[in-house]
Design a protein around this ligand. Structure first.
Ligand code: ADP
Ligand code: MG
Length: 594
Protein backbone atom coordinates (compact mmCIF):
# COMPACT_ATOMS: atom_id res chain seq x y z
CA UNK A 1 0.00 0.00 0.00
CA UNK A 2 2.66 2.42 1.08
CA UNK A 3 4.73 1.58 -1.96
CA UNK A 4 1.85 2.48 -4.15
CA UNK A 5 1.38 5.75 -2.31
CA UNK A 6 5.00 6.77 -2.73
CA UNK A 7 4.82 5.69 -6.33
CA UNK A 8 1.84 7.93 -6.85
CA UNK A 9 3.56 10.86 -5.24
CA UNK A 10 6.56 10.26 -7.46
CA UNK A 11 4.38 10.10 -10.49
CA UNK A 12 2.70 13.31 -9.51
CA UNK A 13 6.04 15.02 -9.07
CA UNK A 14 7.09 13.75 -12.46
CA UNK A 15 4.07 15.25 -14.14
CA UNK A 16 4.52 18.45 -12.17
CA UNK A 17 8.11 18.81 -13.34
CA UNK A 18 6.92 17.90 -16.83
CA UNK A 19 4.30 20.65 -16.65
CA UNK A 20 6.65 23.23 -15.21
CA UNK A 21 9.12 22.38 -17.96
CA UNK A 22 6.44 23.06 -20.56
CA UNK A 23 5.57 26.34 -18.94
CA UNK A 24 9.16 27.35 -18.77
CA UNK A 25 9.63 26.52 -22.42
CA UNK A 26 6.44 28.43 -23.20
CA UNK A 27 8.05 31.41 -21.54
CA UNK A 28 10.58 31.37 -24.36
CA UNK A 29 7.74 31.37 -26.89
CA UNK A 30 6.29 34.58 -25.47
CA UNK A 31 8.45 37.01 -27.46
CA UNK A 32 7.31 35.31 -30.68
CA UNK A 33 3.68 35.18 -29.64
CA UNK A 34 2.51 36.90 -32.83
CA UNK A 35 4.04 34.21 -35.02
CA UNK A 36 2.73 31.54 -32.71
CA UNK A 37 -0.83 32.83 -33.08
CA UNK A 38 -0.45 33.10 -36.85
CA UNK A 39 0.78 29.55 -36.92
CA UNK A 40 -2.15 28.33 -34.83
CA UNK A 41 -4.43 30.17 -37.22
CA UNK A 42 -2.76 28.37 -40.13
CA UNK A 43 -3.32 25.01 -38.51
CA UNK A 44 -6.96 25.83 -37.81
CA UNK A 45 -7.35 26.63 -41.51
CA UNK A 46 -5.69 23.37 -42.44
CA UNK A 47 -7.64 21.18 -40.09
CA UNK A 48 -11.01 22.77 -40.82
CA UNK A 49 -10.52 21.64 -44.40
CA UNK A 50 -10.40 17.98 -43.32
CA UNK A 51 -14.12 17.64 -42.47
CA UNK A 52 -14.82 19.88 -45.47
CA UNK A 53 -13.25 17.23 -47.65
CA UNK A 54 -15.41 14.55 -46.04
CA UNK A 55 -18.49 16.73 -46.59
CA UNK A 56 -17.56 17.17 -50.24
CA UNK A 57 -17.26 13.42 -50.53
CA UNK A 58 -20.75 13.03 -49.10
CA UNK A 59 -22.09 15.55 -51.55
CA UNK A 60 -20.52 13.80 -54.53
CA UNK A 61 -21.77 10.38 -53.50
CA UNK A 62 -25.26 11.70 -52.84
CA UNK A 63 -25.36 13.36 -56.22
CA UNK A 64 -24.12 10.28 -58.02
CA UNK A 65 -26.26 7.74 -56.18
CA UNK A 66 -29.45 9.74 -56.57
CA UNK A 67 -29.05 9.85 -60.33
CA UNK A 68 -29.92 13.49 -60.08
CA UNK A 69 -29.35 15.82 -62.92
CA UNK A 70 -26.09 17.34 -61.92
CA UNK A 71 -26.63 20.97 -61.22
CA UNK A 72 -23.60 23.22 -61.13
CA UNK A 73 -21.36 20.43 -62.32
CA UNK A 74 -18.31 22.65 -62.42
CA UNK A 75 -18.96 23.81 -58.88
CA UNK A 76 -17.72 20.57 -57.33
CA UNK A 77 -14.26 20.58 -58.91
CA UNK A 78 -13.95 24.23 -58.00
CA UNK A 79 -14.86 23.41 -54.43
CA UNK A 80 -12.17 20.71 -54.37
CA UNK A 81 -9.60 23.17 -55.65
CA UNK A 82 -10.76 25.73 -53.11
CA UNK A 83 -10.46 23.30 -50.22
CA UNK A 84 -6.92 22.34 -51.20
CA UNK A 85 -5.97 25.96 -51.78
CA UNK A 86 -7.06 26.94 -48.28
CA UNK A 87 -5.41 23.85 -46.87
CA UNK A 88 -2.18 24.84 -48.60
CA UNK A 89 -2.25 28.33 -47.17
CA UNK A 90 -2.91 26.82 -43.75
CA UNK A 91 0.03 24.45 -44.09
CA UNK A 92 2.36 27.21 -45.18
CA UNK A 93 1.35 29.65 -42.45
CA UNK A 94 1.39 26.94 -39.82
CA UNK A 95 4.78 25.45 -40.58
CA UNK A 96 6.66 28.57 -41.53
CA UNK A 97 5.51 30.58 -38.52
CA UNK A 98 6.14 27.63 -36.23
CA UNK A 99 9.66 27.27 -37.60
CA UNK A 100 10.16 30.95 -36.91
CA UNK A 101 9.01 30.52 -33.32
CA UNK A 102 11.15 27.43 -32.80
CA UNK A 103 14.27 29.01 -34.18
CA UNK A 104 13.73 32.03 -31.98
CA UNK A 105 13.42 29.72 -29.01
CA UNK A 106 16.64 27.91 -29.86
CA UNK A 107 18.40 31.19 -30.40
CA UNK A 108 17.26 32.42 -26.99
CA UNK A 109 18.16 29.17 -25.28
CA UNK A 110 21.60 29.05 -26.87
CA UNK A 111 22.43 32.64 -26.11
CA UNK A 112 21.20 32.41 -22.53
CA UNK A 113 23.23 29.24 -22.10
CA UNK A 114 26.30 30.93 -23.44
CA UNK A 115 25.70 33.97 -21.26
CA UNK A 116 25.39 31.63 -18.33
CA UNK A 117 28.51 29.76 -19.29
CA UNK A 118 30.75 32.80 -19.13
CA UNK A 119 29.58 33.56 -15.60
CA UNK A 120 30.10 30.07 -14.20
CA UNK A 121 32.73 29.57 -11.51
CA UNK A 122 36.03 27.93 -12.44
CA UNK A 123 35.13 24.88 -10.38
CA UNK A 124 32.33 24.07 -12.84
CA UNK A 125 34.68 24.07 -15.81
CA UNK A 126 37.08 21.84 -13.90
CA UNK A 127 34.34 19.31 -13.24
CA UNK A 128 32.72 19.28 -16.69
CA UNK A 129 34.46 17.98 -19.80
CA UNK A 130 34.33 20.58 -22.55
CA UNK A 131 32.87 18.11 -25.05
CA UNK A 132 29.84 17.61 -22.86
CA UNK A 133 29.35 21.34 -22.54
CA UNK A 134 29.52 21.70 -26.31
CA UNK A 135 27.00 18.92 -26.74
CA UNK A 136 24.65 20.77 -24.39
CA UNK A 137 24.93 23.93 -26.45
CA UNK A 138 24.51 22.24 -29.81
CA UNK A 139 22.78 18.86 -29.59
CA UNK A 140 20.47 19.50 -26.65
CA UNK A 141 19.21 22.80 -27.97
CA UNK A 142 18.50 21.20 -31.34
CA UNK A 143 16.49 18.51 -29.62
CA UNK A 144 14.39 21.28 -28.21
CA UNK A 145 13.85 22.72 -31.72
CA UNK A 146 12.62 19.36 -32.86
CA UNK A 147 10.37 19.19 -29.90
CA UNK A 148 9.01 22.69 -30.29
CA UNK A 149 8.47 22.62 -34.04
CA UNK A 150 7.48 19.10 -34.79
CA UNK A 151 5.64 18.32 -31.61
CA UNK A 152 3.62 21.50 -31.41
CA UNK A 153 3.07 21.35 -35.14
CA UNK A 154 1.69 17.84 -35.03
CA UNK A 155 -0.25 18.42 -31.85
CA UNK A 156 -1.94 21.48 -33.28
CA UNK A 157 -2.40 20.38 -36.87
CA UNK A 158 -3.29 16.78 -36.29
CA UNK A 159 -5.02 17.44 -32.99
CA UNK A 160 -7.32 19.99 -34.59
CA UNK A 161 -7.89 17.64 -37.52
CA UNK A 162 -8.98 14.92 -35.13
CA UNK A 163 -11.35 17.31 -33.40
CA UNK A 164 -12.77 18.51 -36.70
CA UNK A 165 -13.24 15.03 -38.12
CA UNK A 166 -14.73 13.64 -34.93
CA UNK A 167 -17.09 16.59 -34.75
CA UNK A 168 -18.21 15.90 -38.28
CA UNK A 169 -18.70 12.21 -37.52
CA UNK A 170 -20.76 13.03 -34.44
CA UNK A 171 -22.83 15.33 -36.57
CA UNK A 172 -23.56 12.57 -39.11
CA UNK A 173 -24.22 9.75 -36.68
CA UNK A 174 -23.46 10.22 -33.03
CA UNK A 175 -24.22 6.67 -31.92
CA UNK A 176 -21.77 5.18 -34.35
CA UNK A 177 -19.20 7.78 -33.41
CA UNK A 178 -19.44 6.98 -29.72
CA UNK A 179 -18.78 3.35 -30.50
CA UNK A 180 -15.74 4.39 -32.42
CA UNK A 181 -14.53 6.57 -29.56
CA UNK A 182 -14.56 3.49 -27.42
CA UNK A 183 -11.24 2.39 -28.90
CA UNK A 184 -9.34 5.53 -28.08
CA UNK A 185 -8.40 4.49 -24.51
CA UNK A 186 -6.60 1.44 -25.90
CA UNK A 187 -4.50 3.63 -28.10
CA UNK A 188 -3.78 5.78 -25.06
CA UNK A 189 -2.41 2.77 -23.17
CA UNK A 190 0.07 1.92 -25.90
CA UNK A 191 1.18 5.52 -26.10
CA UNK A 192 1.73 5.78 -22.38
CA UNK A 193 3.94 2.76 -22.26
CA UNK A 194 5.96 3.97 -25.22
CA UNK A 195 6.45 7.48 -23.90
CA UNK A 196 7.98 6.30 -20.65
CA UNK A 197 10.48 4.28 -22.58
CA UNK A 198 11.23 7.15 -24.92
CA UNK A 199 12.11 9.51 -22.14
CA UNK A 200 14.50 7.05 -20.56
CA UNK A 201 16.16 6.27 -23.85
CA UNK A 202 16.45 9.93 -24.78
CA UNK A 203 18.41 10.67 -21.63
CA UNK A 204 20.72 7.81 -22.46
CA UNK A 205 21.23 9.06 -25.98
CA UNK A 206 21.98 12.54 -24.73
CA UNK A 207 24.64 11.25 -22.38
CA UNK A 208 26.08 9.00 -25.04
CA UNK A 209 26.17 11.97 -27.39
CA UNK A 210 28.06 13.94 -24.75
CA UNK A 211 30.63 11.16 -24.46
CA UNK A 212 31.01 10.98 -28.22
CA UNK A 213 31.91 14.66 -28.41
CA UNK A 214 34.07 14.32 -25.28
CA UNK A 215 36.23 11.59 -26.65
CA UNK A 216 36.42 13.24 -30.05
CA UNK A 217 37.40 16.64 -28.73
CA UNK A 218 40.08 15.14 -26.52
CA UNK A 219 41.47 13.20 -29.45
CA UNK A 220 41.48 16.36 -31.57
CA UNK A 221 43.25 18.42 -28.95
CA UNK A 222 45.73 15.68 -28.12
CA UNK A 223 46.52 14.48 -31.61
CA UNK A 224 50.26 14.86 -31.15
CA UNK A 225 50.41 13.00 -27.86
CA UNK A 226 48.26 10.27 -29.39
CA UNK A 227 50.65 9.87 -32.29
CA UNK A 228 53.85 9.81 -30.27
CA UNK A 229 52.62 7.58 -27.50
CA UNK A 230 50.82 5.22 -29.83
CA UNK A 231 47.41 6.09 -28.43
CA UNK A 232 45.64 5.55 -31.75
CA UNK A 233 44.36 2.14 -30.92
CA UNK A 234 43.29 3.07 -27.41
CA UNK A 235 41.47 6.20 -28.57
CA UNK A 236 39.89 4.34 -31.46
CA UNK A 237 38.61 1.71 -29.08
CA UNK A 238 37.35 4.34 -26.67
CA UNK A 239 35.54 6.18 -29.43
CA UNK A 240 34.20 2.96 -30.82
CA UNK A 241 32.76 2.09 -27.44
CA UNK A 242 30.96 5.38 -26.93
CA UNK A 243 29.72 5.46 -30.52
CA UNK A 244 28.49 1.94 -29.99
CA UNK A 245 26.58 2.95 -26.88
CA UNK A 246 25.06 5.78 -28.82
CA UNK A 247 24.02 3.47 -31.64
CA UNK A 248 22.61 0.96 -29.21
CA UNK A 249 20.34 3.49 -27.50
CA UNK A 250 19.34 5.06 -30.81
CA UNK A 251 18.34 1.68 -32.19
CA UNK A 252 16.35 0.81 -29.10
CA UNK A 253 14.52 4.09 -29.53
CA UNK A 254 13.84 3.36 -33.19
CA UNK A 255 12.66 -0.11 -32.28
CA UNK A 256 10.11 1.24 -29.84
CA UNK A 257 9.07 3.84 -32.39
CA UNK A 258 8.86 1.33 -35.22
CA UNK A 259 6.75 -1.04 -33.15
CA UNK A 260 4.61 1.74 -31.83
CA UNK A 261 3.34 2.88 -35.22
CA UNK A 262 2.13 -0.44 -36.69
CA UNK A 263 0.56 -1.48 -33.40
CA UNK A 264 -1.47 1.70 -33.26
CA UNK A 265 -2.32 1.41 -36.94
CA UNK A 266 -3.57 -2.09 -36.36
CA UNK A 267 -5.72 -0.99 -33.46
CA UNK A 268 -7.21 1.71 -35.67
CA UNK A 269 -7.80 -0.77 -38.50
CA UNK A 270 -9.48 -3.05 -36.02
CA UNK A 271 -11.79 -0.30 -34.92
CA UNK A 272 -12.51 0.64 -38.52
CA UNK A 273 -13.42 -2.94 -39.30
CA UNK A 274 -15.69 -3.02 -36.29
CA UNK A 275 -17.19 0.25 -37.35
CA UNK A 276 -18.03 -0.95 -40.82
CA UNK A 277 -19.50 -4.13 -39.43
CA UNK A 278 -21.72 -2.10 -37.12
CA UNK A 279 -22.60 0.43 -39.77
CA UNK A 280 -23.78 -2.35 -42.05
CA UNK A 281 -26.40 -3.21 -39.44
CA UNK A 282 -29.62 -1.86 -40.93
CA UNK A 283 -30.85 -0.68 -37.53
CA UNK A 284 -27.99 1.75 -37.28
CA UNK A 285 -27.54 2.83 -40.85
CA UNK A 286 -31.21 3.09 -41.72
CA UNK A 287 -31.27 6.83 -41.35
CA UNK A 288 -28.07 7.34 -43.31
CA UNK A 289 -27.87 8.18 -46.96
CA UNK A 290 -25.18 6.60 -49.12
CA UNK A 291 -23.31 9.87 -48.96
CA UNK A 292 -23.51 9.93 -45.15
CA UNK A 293 -22.20 6.41 -45.04
CA UNK A 294 -19.24 7.05 -47.32
CA UNK A 295 -18.41 10.35 -45.66
CA UNK A 296 -18.53 8.73 -42.23
CA UNK A 297 -16.24 5.88 -43.13
CA UNK A 298 -14.09 8.32 -45.07
CA UNK A 299 -13.75 10.61 -42.07
CA UNK A 300 -12.94 7.67 -39.81
CA UNK A 301 -10.29 6.60 -42.29
CA UNK A 302 -8.89 10.12 -42.48
CA UNK A 303 -8.59 10.01 -38.70
CA UNK A 304 -5.95 7.35 -38.80
CA UNK A 305 -3.14 9.54 -40.12
CA UNK A 306 -3.48 12.36 -37.57
CA UNK A 307 -4.03 9.83 -34.78
CA UNK A 308 -0.89 7.97 -35.72
CA UNK A 309 1.10 11.19 -35.97
CA UNK A 310 -0.23 12.31 -32.64
CA UNK A 311 1.11 9.17 -31.04
CA UNK A 312 4.52 9.28 -32.70
CA UNK A 313 4.95 12.88 -31.64
CA UNK A 314 5.57 11.50 -28.21
CA UNK A 315 9.06 10.32 -28.95
CA UNK A 316 9.98 13.76 -30.22
CA UNK A 317 8.33 15.42 -27.30
CA UNK A 318 10.09 13.18 -24.81
CA UNK A 319 13.41 13.90 -26.48
CA UNK A 320 12.67 17.58 -26.22
CA UNK A 321 11.70 17.29 -22.58
CA UNK A 322 14.84 15.38 -21.71
CA UNK A 323 16.91 17.99 -23.52
CA UNK A 324 15.02 20.88 -21.97
CA UNK A 325 15.61 19.33 -18.57
CA UNK A 326 19.34 19.32 -19.14
CA UNK A 327 19.27 22.86 -20.52
CA UNK A 328 17.26 24.27 -17.64
CA UNK A 329 19.44 22.50 -15.11
CA UNK A 330 22.37 24.23 -16.77
CA UNK A 331 20.64 27.61 -16.75
CA UNK A 332 19.85 27.14 -13.05
CA UNK A 333 23.47 26.65 -12.06
CA UNK A 334 24.83 29.21 -9.67
CA UNK A 335 26.88 31.92 -11.30
CA UNK A 336 30.05 33.16 -9.71
CA UNK A 337 29.29 34.87 -6.43
CA UNK A 338 29.36 38.57 -7.04
CA UNK A 339 27.77 40.14 -4.00
CA UNK A 340 30.35 42.85 -3.39
CA UNK A 341 29.34 46.40 -4.15
CA UNK A 342 32.59 48.34 -3.77
CA UNK A 343 33.84 49.84 -6.97
CA UNK A 344 37.51 50.45 -7.60
CA UNK A 345 38.66 52.20 -10.70
CA UNK A 346 42.30 51.83 -9.82
CA UNK A 347 43.45 50.05 -6.69
CA UNK A 348 46.68 50.92 -4.96
CA UNK A 349 47.62 47.30 -4.64
CA UNK A 350 48.26 46.53 -0.97
CA UNK A 351 47.57 42.85 -0.59
CA UNK A 352 47.39 40.88 2.62
CA UNK A 353 46.43 37.32 3.34
CA UNK A 354 45.14 36.51 6.83
CA UNK A 355 44.93 32.89 7.87
CA UNK A 356 43.72 31.91 4.44
CA UNK A 357 42.70 28.29 3.97
CA UNK A 358 41.39 26.79 0.79
CA UNK A 359 40.33 23.43 -0.50
CA UNK A 360 39.25 22.53 -4.02
CA UNK A 361 35.68 21.25 -4.24
CA UNK A 362 35.45 17.50 -3.64
CA UNK A 363 39.09 17.33 -2.50
CA UNK A 364 40.08 15.88 0.83
CA UNK A 365 43.23 17.83 1.40
CA UNK A 366 43.60 21.57 1.82
CA UNK A 367 45.37 23.14 -1.13
CA UNK A 368 46.30 26.06 1.12
CA UNK A 369 46.41 26.15 4.90
CA UNK A 370 46.57 29.20 7.08
CA UNK A 371 48.47 31.45 4.69
CA UNK A 372 49.41 34.77 6.24
CA UNK A 373 51.40 37.26 4.22
CA UNK A 374 51.58 40.98 3.63
CA UNK A 375 52.53 42.53 0.34
CA UNK A 376 52.67 46.34 0.30
CA UNK A 377 51.66 48.20 -2.85
CA UNK A 378 54.31 48.31 -5.55
CA UNK A 379 56.37 45.49 -4.04
CA UNK A 380 57.21 42.18 -5.55
CA UNK A 381 56.38 38.84 -4.00
CA UNK A 382 57.96 35.70 -5.36
CA UNK A 383 56.40 32.31 -4.63
CA UNK A 384 58.71 29.36 -4.85
CA UNK A 385 58.32 25.72 -3.98
CA UNK A 386 57.91 22.30 -5.47
CA UNK A 387 55.35 21.75 -8.16
CA UNK A 388 51.97 20.96 -6.64
CA UNK A 389 52.77 22.91 -3.49
CA UNK A 390 49.97 25.43 -4.04
CA UNK A 391 51.62 28.43 -5.69
CA UNK A 392 49.20 28.74 -8.58
CA UNK A 393 46.28 28.21 -6.23
CA UNK A 394 47.48 31.06 -4.06
CA UNK A 395 47.75 33.31 -7.12
CA UNK A 396 44.39 32.27 -8.55
CA UNK A 397 42.56 33.27 -5.40
CA UNK A 398 43.43 36.93 -5.92
CA UNK A 399 41.16 37.40 -8.97
CA UNK A 400 38.63 35.17 -7.16
CA UNK A 401 38.61 32.28 -9.56
CA UNK A 402 37.66 30.34 -6.45
CA UNK A 403 36.02 31.40 -3.24
CA UNK A 404 38.06 31.32 -0.09
CA UNK A 405 36.85 28.89 2.58
CA UNK A 406 38.47 30.28 5.65
CA UNK A 407 40.45 33.38 6.47
CA UNK A 408 40.55 36.48 4.33
CA UNK A 409 42.31 38.16 1.51
CA UNK A 410 42.45 41.95 1.59
CA UNK A 411 43.34 44.39 -1.13
CA UNK A 412 43.76 48.01 -0.02
CA UNK A 413 42.36 46.92 3.36
CA UNK A 414 39.08 45.73 1.91
CA UNK A 415 38.05 42.13 1.79
CA UNK A 416 38.20 41.15 -1.88
CA UNK A 417 34.70 39.72 -1.61
CA UNK A 418 33.43 43.26 -1.08
CA UNK A 419 34.54 44.47 -4.49
CA UNK A 420 32.46 43.82 -7.54
CA UNK A 421 34.09 41.04 -9.53
CA UNK A 422 34.37 43.30 -12.52
CA UNK A 423 36.28 46.00 -10.72
CA UNK A 424 38.48 43.57 -8.85
CA UNK A 425 39.52 41.85 -12.05
CA UNK A 426 39.95 45.13 -13.88
CA UNK A 427 42.86 45.79 -11.56
CA UNK A 428 44.67 42.52 -12.15
CA UNK A 429 46.72 41.31 -15.08
CA UNK A 430 47.59 37.64 -15.24
CA UNK A 431 50.04 35.70 -17.31
CA UNK A 432 50.16 32.00 -16.67
CA UNK A 433 51.87 28.95 -17.95
CA UNK A 434 49.06 27.83 -20.21
CA UNK A 435 48.78 30.77 -22.54
CA UNK A 436 45.33 31.12 -24.01
CA UNK A 437 45.10 32.71 -27.43
CA UNK A 438 41.94 33.13 -29.44
CA UNK A 439 41.50 32.31 -33.09
CA UNK A 440 42.11 35.80 -34.46
CA UNK A 441 44.92 38.16 -35.33
CA UNK A 442 47.90 39.00 -33.14
CA UNK A 443 46.44 42.47 -32.69
CA UNK A 444 43.12 40.99 -31.47
CA UNK A 445 44.96 38.77 -29.05
CA UNK A 446 47.09 41.49 -27.50
CA UNK A 447 44.25 43.99 -27.38
CA UNK A 448 41.75 41.48 -26.02
CA UNK A 449 38.46 42.10 -24.20
CA UNK A 450 38.38 45.40 -22.35
CA UNK A 451 41.51 46.45 -24.23
CA UNK A 452 40.13 46.17 -27.74
CA UNK A 453 39.69 49.89 -28.26
CA UNK A 454 43.32 50.87 -27.73
CA UNK A 455 45.28 52.38 -30.59
CA UNK A 456 47.60 50.40 -32.82
CA UNK A 457 50.60 52.35 -31.55
CA UNK A 458 49.88 51.23 -28.01
CA UNK A 459 49.71 47.63 -29.16
CA UNK A 460 53.06 48.01 -30.91
CA UNK A 461 54.52 49.57 -27.76
CA UNK A 462 53.30 46.66 -25.67
CA UNK A 463 54.63 44.16 -28.17
CA UNK A 464 58.00 45.87 -28.10
CA UNK A 465 58.08 45.86 -24.32
CA UNK A 466 57.28 42.15 -24.31
CA UNK A 467 60.11 41.51 -26.73
CA UNK A 468 57.55 40.25 -29.22
CA UNK A 469 57.84 42.97 -31.81
CA UNK A 470 60.87 41.41 -33.50
CA UNK A 471 59.08 38.24 -34.45
CA UNK A 472 55.80 39.98 -35.23
CA UNK A 473 57.60 42.29 -37.64
CA UNK A 474 59.09 39.37 -39.51
CA UNK A 475 55.65 37.95 -40.23
CA UNK A 476 54.26 38.93 -43.58
CA UNK A 477 51.06 40.37 -42.15
CA UNK A 478 52.58 41.64 -38.92
CA UNK A 479 49.97 42.39 -36.29
CA UNK A 480 47.27 41.14 -38.66
CA UNK A 481 48.65 37.63 -38.80
CA UNK A 482 46.12 34.99 -37.79
CA UNK A 483 47.40 32.85 -34.93
CA UNK A 484 45.17 29.79 -35.42
CA UNK A 485 43.14 28.09 -32.74
CA UNK A 486 44.84 28.69 -29.43
CA UNK A 487 47.82 30.07 -31.34
CA UNK A 488 48.93 26.78 -32.92
CA UNK A 489 50.72 28.70 -35.66
CA UNK A 490 53.12 30.22 -33.13
CA UNK A 491 55.87 28.73 -30.99
CA UNK A 492 55.44 28.34 -27.25
CA UNK A 493 57.80 31.23 -26.57
CA UNK A 494 56.03 33.46 -29.07
CA UNK A 495 52.69 32.69 -27.50
CA UNK A 496 54.03 33.52 -24.10
CA UNK A 497 55.38 36.83 -25.32
CA UNK A 498 51.96 37.73 -26.70
CA UNK A 499 50.43 36.93 -23.35
CA UNK A 500 52.98 39.17 -21.68
CA UNK A 501 52.25 41.95 -24.18
CA UNK A 502 48.59 41.60 -23.30
CA UNK A 503 49.40 42.03 -19.63
CA UNK A 504 51.68 44.98 -20.34
CA UNK A 505 48.93 46.65 -22.33
CA UNK A 506 46.46 46.20 -19.49
CA UNK A 507 48.69 48.29 -17.26
CA UNK A 508 46.94 47.23 -14.07
CA UNK A 509 48.21 47.89 -10.55
CA UNK A 510 48.41 44.19 -9.71
CA UNK A 511 50.34 41.77 -11.86
CA UNK A 512 50.43 38.01 -11.52
CA UNK A 513 53.11 36.09 -13.39
CA UNK A 514 52.62 32.36 -12.98
CA UNK A 515 55.65 30.78 -14.62
CA UNK A 516 55.18 33.37 -17.32
CA UNK A 517 58.54 32.79 -18.91
CA UNK A 518 58.76 29.03 -18.58
CA UNK A 519 58.52 28.43 -22.33
CA UNK A 520 61.34 30.79 -23.18
CA UNK A 521 65.00 30.02 -23.75
CA UNK A 522 67.46 31.61 -21.40
CA UNK A 523 68.33 34.37 -23.81
CA UNK A 524 64.77 35.44 -24.55
CA UNK A 525 63.96 35.07 -20.89
CA UNK A 526 66.74 37.44 -20.01
CA UNK A 527 65.54 39.92 -22.62
CA UNK A 528 61.97 39.68 -21.37
CA UNK A 529 63.12 39.76 -17.81
CA UNK A 530 64.31 43.29 -18.38
CA UNK A 531 60.94 44.16 -19.86
CA UNK A 532 59.20 42.47 -16.96
CA UNK A 533 61.42 44.21 -14.42
CA UNK A 534 60.42 47.50 -15.95
CA UNK A 535 56.79 46.43 -15.95
CA UNK A 536 56.98 45.47 -12.30
CA UNK A 537 58.16 48.89 -11.20
CA UNK A 538 55.41 50.63 -9.22
CA UNK A 539 53.19 47.60 -9.47
CA UNK A 540 52.30 44.97 -6.95
CA UNK A 541 53.61 41.79 -8.45
CA UNK A 542 53.17 38.16 -7.54
CA UNK A 543 55.70 36.15 -9.50
CA UNK A 544 55.92 32.41 -9.57
CA UNK A 545 59.09 31.20 -11.17
CA UNK A 546 60.76 27.92 -11.55
CA UNK A 547 64.17 29.42 -12.19
CA UNK A 548 65.13 31.04 -8.91
CA UNK A 549 67.66 33.32 -10.60
CA UNK A 550 64.77 35.36 -11.99
CA UNK A 551 63.27 36.23 -8.63
CA UNK A 552 66.32 36.92 -6.48
CA UNK A 553 65.58 40.62 -6.43
CA UNK A 554 62.02 40.15 -5.15
CA UNK A 555 61.11 42.15 -2.04
CA UNK A 556 59.60 39.09 -0.40
CA UNK A 557 60.25 35.50 -1.26
CA UNK A 558 57.80 33.00 0.17
CA UNK A 559 58.48 29.30 0.10
CA UNK A 560 55.31 27.26 -0.29
CA UNK A 561 55.22 23.65 0.75
CA UNK A 562 52.12 21.48 0.98
CA UNK A 563 49.94 24.58 0.92
CA UNK A 564 51.75 26.33 3.72
CA UNK A 565 54.17 29.21 3.74
CA UNK A 566 57.20 27.67 5.39
CA UNK A 567 59.60 30.58 5.00
CA UNK A 568 59.46 34.19 3.96
CA UNK A 569 62.01 36.97 3.62
CA UNK A 570 64.45 38.46 1.15
CA UNK A 571 66.89 36.41 -0.87
CA UNK A 572 69.70 37.20 1.52
CA UNK A 573 67.72 36.60 4.66
CA UNK A 574 66.51 33.26 3.42
CA UNK A 575 69.97 32.14 2.33
CA UNK A 576 71.26 33.10 5.75
CA UNK A 577 68.47 31.10 7.32
CA UNK A 578 69.84 28.06 5.52
CA UNK A 579 66.43 26.39 5.38
CA UNK A 580 64.07 25.29 2.60
CA UNK A 581 64.93 28.18 0.29
CA UNK A 582 68.65 27.68 0.68
CA UNK A 583 68.17 24.03 -0.15
CA UNK A 584 66.18 24.81 -3.32
CA UNK A 585 68.75 27.40 -4.27
CA UNK A 586 71.69 25.10 -3.79
CA UNK A 587 70.01 22.41 -5.82
CA UNK A 588 69.51 24.71 -8.78
CA UNK A 589 72.95 26.17 -8.39
CA UNK A 590 74.59 22.76 -8.54
CA UNK A 591 72.37 21.85 -11.54
CA UNK A 592 73.69 24.88 -13.36
CA UNK A 593 77.28 24.16 -12.35
CA UNK A 594 77.14 20.63 -13.68
P1 ADP B 1 51.71 24.64 -8.01
O1 ADP B 1 51.26 25.80 -8.81
O2 ADP B 1 52.51 25.01 -6.82
O3 ADP B 1 52.46 23.64 -8.85
P2 ADP B 1 48.91 24.15 -7.64
O4 ADP B 1 48.49 25.36 -6.89
O5 ADP B 1 48.59 24.14 -9.09
O6 ADP B 1 50.46 23.89 -7.42
O7 ADP B 1 48.23 22.89 -6.99
C1 ADP B 1 48.21 22.70 -5.60
C2 ADP B 1 47.42 21.44 -5.28
O8 ADP B 1 46.07 21.60 -5.62
C3 ADP B 1 47.92 20.21 -6.03
O9 ADP B 1 47.93 19.15 -5.12
C4 ADP B 1 46.89 19.97 -7.08
O10 ADP B 1 46.70 18.61 -7.28
C5 ADP B 1 45.64 20.59 -6.50
N1 ADP B 1 44.82 21.23 -7.55
C6 ADP B 1 45.21 22.18 -8.42
N2 ADP B 1 44.20 22.57 -9.20
C7 ADP B 1 43.13 21.84 -8.83
C8 ADP B 1 41.75 21.78 -9.25
N3 ADP B 1 41.28 22.56 -10.21
N4 ADP B 1 40.94 20.90 -8.64
C9 ADP B 1 41.40 20.13 -7.66
N5 ADP B 1 42.65 20.14 -7.21
C10 ADP B 1 43.52 20.98 -7.78
MG1 MG C 1 51.47 26.15 -10.88
Amino acid sequence: MQDEATLNVKKQQETVTGMSLYFRLLGYVKPSLGYFILSVFGYILYSSMQPALAALLKHIVDVVSNDKVVEGRSLIPLAILGVFFIRGIGTFLGSYCMAKVANNVVFDLRTSMFNKMVTLPSSYFNSMPSGRLLAKLTYDTEQVVDSVTQAVQVILREGLSVIGLLGYMLFINWRLSLLFLFVIPFIGLVVRYASKRFRKLSLKIQNAMGSVTDVASEAIKGHEVIKIFGGNEYETKRFHKTAQENRHSQLKMELTKALNVPIIQFIIALSLALLIWLALDPAISASMSAGDFVAFIGAAGMLSKPMRQLTSVNSILQKGIAAAQSIFAFLDLDSEKDTGSKTADRLKGDISWKGLTFRYPKMEKNALSDVTLTLPAGKKLALVGRSGSGKSTLANLIPRFYDVDDGCLFIDNENINDYTLRDLRKNIALVNQQVVLFNGTIQDNIAYGGLRDVSREEVVEAAKAANAWDFIQELELGLDTLVGENGVLLSGGQRQRLAIARAILKNSPILILDEATSALDTESERAIQQALDKLMENRTTIAIAHRLSTIENADIIAVVDHGEIVEQGSHRELLALNGAYAKLHNQQFSDVAE
